[in-house]
Design a binder for this molecule. Structure first.
Ligand code: HEC
Length: 124
């Protein structure tokens, strides 16, 4: 009976020690909403487009022979306000897919995604 009780405590400790890693994993796909001015948002869109273009632009840019219609439907780097039609789910997908690019300035990408999400969810 006593042994059983100790097992429970051990399992609890094991769970607690693993929990923070789980939280960090979830948080990575969901940048925090952040309020930015229209000017800052416009600048961020330009900066993040430059960061993503080499890895993502081939399919996501109208006019290129490699462009894919379904990709353009999600976002189109031809447009200055390319991220403005994106849904929250697509923005989260952008944040997680951009990890495929390796060493890029992630903080800029997450700031843009957070700013776009804030405009959709918090009406700012
Ligand atoms: C080889 C072509 C191609 C490349 C390169 C590409 N995409 Fe896409 N992307 C697509 C297509 C096709 C779709 C629409 C179908 C779908 O949802 O998978 C799409 C849809 C998306 C979507 C919306 C749907 C979703 O998954 O949330 C996001 C966000 C996205 N791409 C981000 C990126 C990012 C970020 C990169 C660069 C790391 C990238 N894509 C590179 C072809 C591409």
């Amino acid at each position: 009976m006593n042994r059983k009780g100790q097992g429970g405590i051990l399992m609890t400790l094991l769970f607690l020690s693993m929990a923070p890693a789980g939280f960090i994993g979830c948080g990575g796909n969901r940048p925090d909403p952040v309020a930015v001015s229209d000017e800052d948002l416009a600048t961020l869109r330009q900066e993040v487009r430059s960061i993503l273009r080499p890895g993502c632009g081939s399919c996501h840019t109208t006019g290129l022979p490699t462009a894919k219609p379904d990709a353009i439907a999600a976002f189109d780097f031809r447009d200055e306000a390319w991220s403005s039609p994106m849904t929250v789910e697509e923005l989260e997908g952008l944040a997680s897919r951009s990890k495929e690019l390796g060493e890029v300035p992630r903080s800029k990408i997450e700031l843009l995604v957070g700013a776009e999400i804030a405009r959709r969810e918090m009406d700012i």
